[in-house]
Design a protein around this ligand. Structure first.
Ligand code: GDP
Ligand code: IMO
Ligand code: MG
Length: 427
């Protein structure tokens, strides 16, 4: 069985928590795109884990797979492996031989690009993600299979670095030193070499053995390089189709696709956000929801739930179910709103536009709901969904009806235990 978890908004929907929750029943957890631009928080008991590159199934000590679609900063990966080992966790990791490496020059280029782009910059995490994917597509990336072959690694690094240094010179940047990078990365190759393998072959074997595989998306649908609001996107395919490409599994093997929907909207970085609130409600969402980037610490821009975005995410991903997160953050608000359409230039728009200029001028058309008081978490733990206030149930049911997809679970707090299961995901 192969199931996919993806984000339906701009990232930080709570994918890490949901992946950890479902990882209990899985055998294998796979990352298929993105790099250490991702920041996934998993809270189990009093322990807070923050993962950037290692799959969130690591807390449950599952088999972990990093697919070919991921870009890997080996230093960050080694740090995360060591942190887990120090905690006494066993790390059963496999890395695709085809995954590209983030190199020191990618981070320098990321900075230069952001400077040059002016207001067209996405506000990148400066982790070298965009430049690494650009090199991959231009066919001068360095993959793990190259890193562990000394002759190929030397040849590629020498060619690529001389090219990058010529570019850096024109921007008044210091050239990077070949020997330093070679020595550092050769060391990483030795540490990580044993984990490197053919992931597609491995996953085929796991599927034949009847293993339960969970594919964990990073970022969200609206940060997808093609389907997001370009150019304010990341550089990979964050959507469900990306799972097949990024891990080498055939599309017909996918069983279920769960979309993580945060009960409101947040965005780190630049670009238009139609439902953004710059008032006290926006502050409530940021403060109560602790909306500060896991990777960069930047305050996230917050606003009402935008179902035009989520409907689009359903169209692109083909969701079989929704995991609704952070419903607790809306507690205490007098009124709660959901955008169901936009108004642009006097016209009603029901579909998410591709043109960022149009999106920037879209005014949300809201449906208003009566708010609800604080949750009685003990009661919810005991009685589940029926213990939610009626107003909160109305909100949840509206979302499910509007998107036309069942809600599999509701998350009402950051802890693993603060989860209501409405429908089984597996089976
Ligand atoms: P991801 O990038 O999609 O994995 O999401 P992040 O981990 O970056 O951001 C989600 C944040 O919300 C994390 O700090 C989580 O611990 C927290 N969180 C997840 N689910 C809930 C929830 O239902 N309620 C609350 N209050 N916090 C949650
Ligand atoms: P998770 O996995 C939120 C945003 C950045 C920027 C744009 C491009 O935690 O949901 P990049 O460094 O990828 O070139 O930046 O994408 N971004 C994220 N926003 N959550 C993330 O990851 C993000 N990863 C990238 O803020 O606007
Ligand atoms: Mg995050």
């Amino acid at each position: 069985m192969l199931n996919v978890i993806i984000g339906t908004q701009w990232g930080d929907e709570g994918k890490g928590k949901i992946t950890d929750f479902y990882a209990k029943k899985a055998d294998v957890v796979v990352r298929f795109q993105g790099g250490n631009n991702a920041g996934h928080t998993v809270i189990v008991g009093d322990r807070v884990y923050k993962f950037h590159i290692i799959p969130s199934g690591s807390v449950e000590e599952k088999i972990l797979v990093i697919g070919n679609g991921v870009v890997v900063d080996p230093k960050v990966l080694i740090e995360e492996i060591n942190t887990l080992k120090k905690e006494g966790k066993s790390v059963k990791l496999y890395i695709s031989e085809r995954a590209n490496l983030i190199m020191p020059y990618h981070k320098v280029e990321d900075e230069i690009h952001e400077e040059l782009k002016g207001d067209l910059k996405a506000g990148s995490t400066k982790r070298g993600i965009g430049p690494c994917y650009a090199d991959k597509i231009a066919r001068f990336g360095i993959r793990f299979v190259d890193l562990i072959d000394d002759e190929v690694f030397r040849k590629k690094l020498s060619m690529i670095l001389s090219m990058k240094n010529k570019i850096f010179k024109t921007f008044g940047r210091k050239p990077l030193d070949y020997d330093q990078i070679y020595t550092e990365y050769s060391k990483y190759g030795k540490i990580l070499g044993d984990y490197v393998t053919d992931i597609s072959l491995l996953l085929e074997k796991f599927l034949k053995e009847g293993k339960n595989i969970l594919m964990e998306g990073a970022q969200g649908t609206h940060l997808d390089i093609d389907h997001g609001i370009y150019p304010y996107t990341t550089s990979s395919h964050t959507v469900a189709g990306g799972a097949c490409i990024g891990a080498g599994v055939p599309p017909q093997r996918i069983d279920k696709i769960i979309g993580v929907v945060k009960a409101y909207t947040s965005r780190v970085g630049t670009g238009p956000v139609p439902t953004e609130l710059e008032d006290e409600v926006g502050e409530h969402l940021r403060d109560v929801g602790k909306e500060y980037g896991t990777t960069t610490g930047r305050p996230r821009r917050c606003g009402w739930l935008d179902l035009v975005m989520v409907k689009y995410a359903h169209r692109i991903n083909g969701l079989t179910g929704i995991a609704l997160t952070k419903l607790d953050v809306l507690c205490g608000l007098e009124k709660v709103k959901i955008a169901t359409a936009y108004e642009y230039d006097g016209e009603r728009i029901e579909e998410f536009p591709a043109n960022m200029k149009i999106l920037a001028k879209c005014n949300p058309v809201y449906k208003e709901f009566k708010g609800w008081k604080e949750f009685d978490k003990e009661k919810i733990k005991r009685d589940g969904y029926k213990a939610l206030p009626e107003e909160a149930k109305n909100y949840v049911e509206f979302i499910s009806k509007f998107i036309g997809v069942p809600i599999y679970l509701i998350s009402y707090g950051p802890k693993r235990s603060e989860t209501i299961v409405l429908r089984e995901f597996f089976g």
